[in-house]
Write a protein that binds this ligand. Sequence first.
Ligand code: ZN
Length: 270
Amino acid sequence: MCVPGCQEAVRAALSRRGFFKGAAVAGFAAAAVGPAEAAPRRFKAAVDLTHTMSPAFPTFFGVPGIELQKQFDFKKDGFNLNWWRIVEHAGTHLDAPLHFSENGKAVEAIAASELVVPLAVVDVRAQAARNADYLVSVADLRAYEKKHRRLPDNCCVAMLSGWATHAGDAAKYTGKDAAGSFHFPGFAPEAAEWLMKERKVMGLAVDTLSLDNGASKDFRTHRLWLPSGRWGLENVANLDKVPASGATLVVGLAKVKDATGAPARLLALV
Ligand SMILES: [Zn+2]
């Protein structure tokens, strides 16, 4: 399924000519499109919105999100190869609808056309700096639209709280207090509901551990959003390096059958 607006985004972002002109693969580009073709560039740069995954990256469950075990060693075996043991929901990753529903879509069922979408970045850094439990509100979304543009159909709405800069400091990133409660910003359930009813949005993204804020005990934003068939992205990096409006988000995912989530490589084409 590719709903209105999506096909344009896919075309604009993945235009072969634009892509190859922008990428460092000149030889291949010449072979693929012919050296005489002079098409306009469709994007200037690909910004990496992905944190590097390692056992040290803070996780919701406080256990390493990934463990690598060396199975073959170059010196001994002639090649290197690790086995991974990973938590589906760790590091920069996608939440599939199945994560919070009995029969929702698993990762492999999300169509490619649903993973290349316009990106809208809602900057709440000032609010989050004052209040670690901050919730992105309907008023924030309306203010975004007033300042930039109406949220484009099938976009991903991303919260820029500034938390990505704390990813190297687990205590700060999780905001864990003495009672074990987390404190980091997220989306208010009312904002998720508004986006579902009043706009056509494909996904939510946060630069924190969870779509709900850390203090949430009922995960209402997750419970509203994911069962509706939409996806979420968590632990997103570098949202401060992309424009609030106009970028195209490419969600690259491990396509694992029956997975409720998956590590993602997120690229913003700007
Ligand atoms: Zn998740």
